[in-house]
Design a protein around this ligand. Structure first.
Ligand code: NAD
Length: 348
């Protein structure tokens, strides 16, 4: 038996689809397959212990783990396996995994026969509340992250909360970093909400932003809140406070949210109370609010200048009287001062 599922629509005209959320949601897979699909190719990784049955003849294509495997070589591997299995344009690719798998399998599906349906079964918290929704697909190059990609909306997204039972603690923290972000984009009461409600509320917010601006012409940029510093921290390869492992994406976003709030305060866009709210929300999810050891203001500033969304100047997504919005032309001197203050506080 499948418990009652929540269904959140992503409204995009003839490319609209539903996100199904709940324990056992994977069992709905046969019901949401494209009707014309006679066969399926499941793209997944070793160690993802979620059994899915698409209800049609299928092959399983295993790919590597981690950002190094999020590559054109992996796309070639998937496409050659699709060829070997005789997957046609009317069949379906089913991505079963976190954001790495949904990004790569989504891009392979967008390219296979110039566009084959893809369906995401998201197995990490981050993929459930963010990566699997909205149609951004792609891979990395040695020159940078997500440089090659396509918008390719999935046919449906399944967020089965059962999948999360095997998720390691650092992947939970990573997902919570994105959930903390949504707390400042208009989802009230997130800390303390039951998990299923949190996922549903974040998916609904992302669905509404994607429906308003599918290709990130304007509004969708707010989903990058906290991400400018986060990407710089990740590019610098900094370690989480307690250990040697590098910061997971959501942990970097958490620090990025607090930084963005302090920057907005320095620019007179918000008051001290709102900055305190950022710290409180981040801490309530057990996430870091302070700069990791080894952070260097000039290096971080250099990475932020190279951010692919910066268009040649320092652009930040910042909170303000009208809510969170994209703010171009931010004074590098102010940015360096806030970075230095946060680094100083973390080391003192
Ligand atoms: N397309 C988008 O809009 C979008 C948005 C945000 C992030 N992303 C991308 O998502 C990726 C990060 O996704 P992620 O955080 O899910 O990481 P991930 O997909 O790399 O997964 C992290 C690790 O968890 C493992 N894993 C997955 N599900 C598991 C489960 N149920 N139990 C145990 N282990 C499991 C994976 O095998 C992997 O080793 C990045 O490449 C990022 O660029 C894309």
């Amino acid at each position: 038996m499948t418990a009652a599922l929540a269904s959140v629509p992503v409204s995009l005209g003839d490319r609209s689809y539903d996100v199904l959320i709940g324990h056992g949601a994977r069992r709905q897979l046969p019901d949401v397959l494209p009707p014309a699909a006679a066969r399926a190719a499941i793209v997944t990784q070793a160690g993802i212990g979620l059994d899915v049955d698409p209800g049609v003849e299928h092959v399983v294509i295993e790919i590597g783990r981690g950002e190094r495997a999020k590559s054109l070589a992996t796309v070639e591997h998937i496409c050659r396996e699709l060829a070997r299995a005789g997957i046609s344009r009317s069949d379906v690719v089913v991505a079963v995994g976190g954001g790495m798998v949904t990004d790569v399998a989504g891009y392979a599906a967008a390219s296979w026969h110039r566009g084959t349906a893809v369906l995401h079964v998201a197995t990490t918290l981050l993929a459930q509340v963010d990566a699997a929704i909205g149609g951004k697909t792609g891979v990395n190059l040695p020159e940078g992250k997500n440089l090659v990609g396509a918008f390719w909306q999935p046919h449906a997204v399944i967020c089965d909360l059962d999948a999360l039972s095997t998720l390691p603690p650092e992947e939970w923290r990573s997902g919570y970093g994105e959930i903390a972000k949504y707390a400042f984009l208009g989802v009230d009461g997130l800390p303390g909400m039951p998990l299923e409600e949190q996922v549903r509320a974040c998916v609904a917010l992302k669905a509404s932003v994607v429906a308003a601006d599918e290709r990130e012409g304007s509004k969708r940029m707010i989903l990058n809140y906290g991400h400018t510093l986060a990407h710089a921290l990740e590019a610098a390869g900094l370690a989480a406070d307690a250990g040697t492992a590098t910061l997971r994406h959501g942990e970097a976003v958490a620090v990025g949210l607090v930084f963005a709030a302090r920057l907005a305060e320095a620019l007179g866009r918000i008051g001290a109370g709102r900055v305190a709210e950022h710290r409180a929300v981040v801490s309530s999810f057990g996430l870091p609010a302070t700069m990791p050891r080894g952070a260097d203001a000039d290096q971080l500033l250099a990475f932020m200048r190279r951010d692919k969304k910066a268009h040649g100047d320092l652009t930040f997504v910042l909170d303000g009287a009208d809510g969170v919005e994209s703010v171009p032309g931010v004074d590098p001197g102010v940015v360096r001062r806030i970075l230095s203050e946060m680094i100083e506080e973390a080391t003192s």
